[in-house]
Design a protein around this ligand. Structure first.
Ligand code: SF4
Length: 329
């Protein structure tokens, strides 16, 4: 049975993958090395309309850093208003904050265009790139601008306050101060999906298994994960990210109908025969050799296979997208 994503619930719009930070847990491998491209109003309108047509009740706006380009963000707000898409919040890391008055002015301007709620990221991972002073300044500016605040996650402030608020603190400093088990304690306090860079951050603490054990323990297929639309994402390139499987893409225009396996061979293989099917294909026909270090789970193996295919120039379909995902550490 062909893979089909026919109903959507709640999701996010990835406005850009560019970010001042390259957080070590980022699912999408955002960072300063990514292209400085931002979604245009026309694409945002098309994606909101598509999401609404499939039952989406509300979306949030994220990145990358959406506030890196306030003018383009205003275009996204206009697109939401035009299509009638309710916006739950806009995410920001506060990396753009320089001055309290200027920040409040930018946020007040965006508020007049429809921004009502601001999610401000607070975490030890972000603190490696953003001084606490900027995070707190962004929160204060949002209050001044009359926005609802969504601090994510406030309990980390206690940890961040152990360090100088005027500078950044690489995650290594947190490990030195709070101990080698700090990553595991973070996972107890905050749900973080294992994908993208998060494998590198949590892999050493979680441990890795040989590929044979991963394959033996894997589910028969990935259809359930790939069709989970409870927290979906669409991006500036017009792609839908199936499930939370970052680096995989369905063209948004193809949503709602069964996907043609000819155009979606990787996704069709994963939906039919899961990681075992993808591994067999890659090992037998694409010279994929599994890492001797093993894998945290099937998804790290999946990402490694896809990286291998991308490095071999395997772009017969549009599924391995954006290409930068596979080229960005
Ligand atoms: S193995 Fe791949 S397709 Fe399956 S859930 Fe993990 S990342 Fe998604």
């Amino acid at each position: 049975m062909s893979l089909a994503v026919t109903r959507l619930r709640s999701g996010g719009l990835i406005t850009t993958y560019r970010c001042q930070s390259a957080c070590p847990h980022c699912l999408y491998r955002g960072g300063p090395a990514r292209a400085p491209e931002y979604i245009d109003q026309g694409m945002a309108t098309a994606l909101f309309a598509k999401a609404l047509s499939l039952g989406t009740t509300a979306m949030h706006v994220g990145g990358g850093e959406p506030l890196a380009d306030p003018l383009s963000l205003a275009g996204v707000l206009a697109a939401a208003a035009e299509t009638g898409m309710p916006l739950e919040y806009v995410e920001t890391s506060g990396s753009w904050f320089e001055d309290a008055d200027e920040a409040a002015e930018i946020l007040a301007e965006l508020r007049s265009m429809g921004l009502s709620r601001l999610l401000v990221s607070i975490s030890p991972m972000h603190n490696g790139f953003i001084p606490l002073r900027k995070t707190l300044g962004t929160i204060e500016a949002a209050r001044h601008a009359g926005l609802d605040l969504f601090p994510w996650q406030e309990h980390f402030l206690e940890d961040l306050r152990a360090f100088d608020p005027d500078t950044t603190h690489p995650f290594r400093e947190y490990l030195e101060r709070f101990g080698a088990d700090y990553p595991m304690r973070i996972r107890e306090r905050l749900w973080i999906h294992l994908g993208g860079r998060a494998f590198d951050l949590f892999g050493p603490a979680l441990g890795r298994q040989p590929v044979a054990a991963i394959l033996a323990g894997a589910s028969a297929d990935c259809r359930g994960e790939l069709t989970d639309a409870s927290h979906f994402h669409m991006d500036l390139y017009g792609d839908y990210v199936p499930g939370l499987c970052s680096g995989l893409a369905i063209r948004a225009k193809d949503l709602g109908e069964p996907l043609d396996p000819e155009f979606y061979p990787i996704l069709s293989t994963l939906a039919e025969s899961g990681i075992r099917g993808l591994y067999d294909y890659a090992a037998n026909l694409e010279e994929f050799a599994a890492s001797p270090a093993g894998y945290v789970n099937k998804c790290e193996l999946c990402q490694d296979i896809r990286r291998h295919l991308a490095e071999r120039g395997w772009f017969e379909s549009t599924e391995l997208s954006p290409a930068e995902f596979y080229a960005t550490p």
